[in-house]
Design a binder for this molecule. Structure first.
Ligand code: FA5
Length: 351
């Protein structure tokens, strides 16, 4: 069938449809519908024949067929008492200028935003990202980090053990910090090394406004020739200025971690109470005016030796920061627990 024949056939169908509609006393509307518009009705069969017509003519003929179909439906609907606006024939009445339904836009979690911003700051300083497992061996979490077995410093981080043994027969554990990634990286790479490693960590700890039992840290490790505490201070100060702006005050307090010597705790001025001693005691900084954000120090020679690095040749610095504490400061969240409650009023404030 060619296009002209097809049009003639369509016209014939329309005519006989009109005849049937006018003789509705002898033919009921359902029978007319079945004959012309049913799945195997005359119009459906004609539309199927379109496949034999060259593509350039097919589109226009298809449109003619659809218009005919809509007209037939309206006329049949009128017979059955269905208003024209109720069926597909109502389409021409659609107001396409009406605004659509609002489509809610998701937001990133404040912890993800914080982590992204921190990672960007360190990327600018040349740090790349390394990863490690959440279920860790005692060797990587403690021993190679200069925590010998039964060393009292192991009590600094209350550990969740898992009922699975590692190759040496020791219980595996949920990593208590991201520092094992230092060891994994140094064992796999030659210096110089400049990595950060974000991820989840777990400790059997009581939950309060600034503590959780499952939280996030970001580890940093830089190993090269002649790396000193001064490099560490410069790097962390640059990072804090980039993240918080120049108004945030930072201080380094001496501290002890078995895997660094010397070690420091880095604190930032409390953005909630601004260190005011008067007024109610601030629940975030506990009235001290400072919030501990991270531990840091110069990599201990025993750690370098455990990774087969010669401490006479190589030196480095490392740091480990709590990502929740940074998120609280960046977004003015005064209680860490809010970060895990999935309250949309909190989550939607962060873009
Ligand atoms: C450590 O975890 C060391 N691995 C950090 C380190 C790395 C020191 C490299 C030296 C060199 P600490 O236990 O202090 O240290 O934890 C580091 C940071 O994690 C803290 O400063 C704090 O920001 C965050 N943090 C610690 N405990 C919690 C907790 N329970 N909930 C939320 N954040 C925590």
């Amino acid at each position: 069938m060619n296009a002209t024949e097809w049009k003639e056939k369509l016209s014939a169908i329309r005519d006989s449809f009109s005849v049937s509609i006018n003789n509705v006393q002898t033919e009921n509307p359902e029978a007319i519908e079945l004959r012309f518009l049913g799945r195997k009705g005359e119009l459906a069969l004609l539309l199927r024949d379109l496949k034999d017509i060259p593509i350039e003519e097919r589109k226009a003929l298809g449109a003619l067929g659809n218009t005919a179909k809509e007209e037939m439906m309206v006329r049949l609907g009128a017979l059955k008492g269905v208003p024209a606006s109720a069926g597909p024939a109502a389409k021409p009445n659609l107001d396409l200028t009406l605004p659509g339904w609002p489509f809610p836009k998701g937001t990133l979690h404040p912890l993800t935003v914080t982590l992204n911003r921190m990672t960007e700051c360190f990327a600018k300083l040349g740090f790349s990202v390394a990863e490690g497992p959440l279920i860790e061996e005692d060797y990587f979490n403690f021993e190679a980090l200069n925590f010998p077995p039964f060393h009292p410093a192991r009590d600094m981080q209350d550990t969740f053990y898992v009922d699975v043994k590692d190759a040496s027969g020791k219980d595996m554990l949920l990593r208590t910090h991201t520092s094992p990634v230092q060891i994994r990286t140094m064992k796999n790479q030659e210096p110089p090394i400049r990595i950060i490693s974000p991820g989840r960590v777990f400790r059997s700890e009581a939950v309060d406004a600034s503590h959780s039992f499952a939280f996030h840290q970001i580890e940093g490790l830089y190993v090269d020739k002649n790396v000193s505490m001064a490099d560490l201070k410069w790097t962390l100060e640059e990072f804090m200025k980039d993240l918080f702006g120049s108004s945030a005050k930072v201080r380094f307090m001496p501290s002890y971690f078995p895997f660094v010597e010397p070690g420091a705790e880095v604190e930032v001025s409390c953005v909630f109470c601004r260190g005011k001693a008067d007024g109610p005691r601030c629940p975030v900084c506990k009235g001290t005016g400072w919030i501990e954000l991270l531990g840091a120090g110069v990599v201990h020679p025993n750690v370098l030796k455990a990774c087969n690095y010669d401490p006479a040749k190589w030196s480095g610095f490392a740091f480990g920061a709590g990502i929740e504490r940074f998120a609280m400061l960046l977004f003015g969240i005064s209680d860490m627990r809010m970060l895990y409650e999935n309250d949309l009023r909190i989550l939607k404030q962060v873009q």
